[in-house]
Design a protein. Structure first.
Length: 367
């Protein structure tokens, strides 16, 4: 599969569809001389690239040896450890390289993004936002960003300080770190979060790689939070991708005369993001305040009533959510074997019975 990522480097959606259709990377590589026996409608360009993939296979073998020597985990699309939210995206990477301790499929995963020229105003927003989330969520939330200058590094450092796990998504391989001055923060993240990338070693941090990595930042999270941005920038790109994925997008407003507030203000004005001014605003929009009230009630001895008469399909959904709560509809469909439409219909019934409810982003939540 690692070799296949090299073959499909410039066609993210196509190579994932190709892999799904073939059933395995092995089937594709084994038939590299007669690809159309496996995939009849493969494009001539893809057929040619797979036929001439010997160099890619050799490179993949070298990379595998390096990962084993340096404690790097290889997360394959379809693996349990692979970010399941990201796996739903049409252009999800076939392979991710991960070094760290955090569970990438936690109940709550958000990203905080913005300009590399973060002002004092932006730094204050990040600090107060993460402080507020700590009060609401405890430390049960994963904070994702890109380990870049400005808003990214502020998000990582404040998350570490408040006890959150935090993951940095890189635009290069795990044999290097850009920017180098963030190395100490990255070391802390290895034991309180992690570093994640789709790129092999010896990959330069090229401009296009930063754009490509933004889809991972957006895709593996429930929500994207934009803190500061000029009229154009990587944070806005991440917001746009998150919208395409059907994820929630939030933005903090800023001074109308400030350059690095223009992007946030425009996004809010065009209804591209929900305006928030605090962690409470965010948590309320995400439905997290209700979770907190329920937890408090349960601690005080007010237990949820036993589930009323559930159909077999409803029981299957409940049992799945008991094991892993807050699953998106597509994930729940895959795990229960029910169609997406059936899951949606049964979730409506479960909401009427007070057993579950739907959260923003088509997330199914068991009460």
């Amino acid at each position: 599969m690692m070799a296949l990522t090299r073959v499909g480097y410039y066609n993210l959606t196509g190579i994932l569809d190709f892999y799904k259709h073939a059933g395995s990377a092995t089937a594709i590589i084994d038939h590299r001389k007669d690809v159309r026996e496996v995939i009849p409608d493969a494009s001539p360009k893809l057929v040619e690239r797979i036929r001439d993939c010997e160099a890619h296979i050799h490179r993949a073998e070298e990379e595998y040896e390096w990962t084993q020597q340096h404690g790097v985990r290889i997360l394959r699309w379809g693996d349990d450890e692979y970010p399941q939210r990201l796996a739903e995206c049409t252009d999800a990477p076939l392979i991710l390289y991960y070094k760290g301790t955090a569970d990438l499929n936690q109940m709550r995963v958000i990203n905080i993004v913005g300009t590399r020229h973060c002002t004092i105003y932006g730094q204050d927003i990040v600090r107060h936002f993460i402080d507020g989330l700590r009060e609401i969520c405890g430390n049960r939330m994963l904070v994702v960003s890109g380990l870049a200058y400005g808003v990214d590094i502020a998000a990582h450092r404040n998350a570490l300080e408040k006890g959150f796990e935090t993951v940095g998504v890189l635009a290069h391989g795990l044999d290097d770190l850009y920017p180098p001055r963030h190395r100490e923060t990255a070391k802390r993240m290895l034991t309180q979060g992690g570093l994640l990338t789709e790129y092999m070693t010896h990959t330069n941090a090229d401009k296009m790689n930063f754009v490509r990595r933004n889809r991972i930042v957006a895709g593996m999270c429930d929500a994207t939070v934009l803190v500061e941005s000029a009229a154009h920038g990587g944070g806005l790109i991440t917001c746009g991708i998150a919208q395409e994925y059907g994820r929630e997008v939030f933005a903090f407003p800023g001074n109308i005369n400030q350059e690095y507030s223009e992007g946030c203000n425009n996004l809010i004005r065009k209804n591209g993001a929900t305006l928030i001014t605090s962690a409470k605003d965010f948590a309320e929009s995400m439905g997290w305040l209700d979770d907190r009230r329920l937890e408090r009630a349960q601690k005080e001895g007010i237990e949820r009533q036993m589930f009323p008469d559930l159909s077999p399909d409803q029981q299957r959904i409940v049992e799945t959510l008991q094991k892993t709560n807050d699953l998106q509809v597509n994930m729940l469909s895959n795990m229960t074997g029910l169609s997406v439409g059936k899951v949606a219909a049964e979730m409506f019934e479960l909401e009427m019975k007070g057993v579950a409810r739907s959260l923003p982003g088509s997330v199914c939540h068991l009460l």
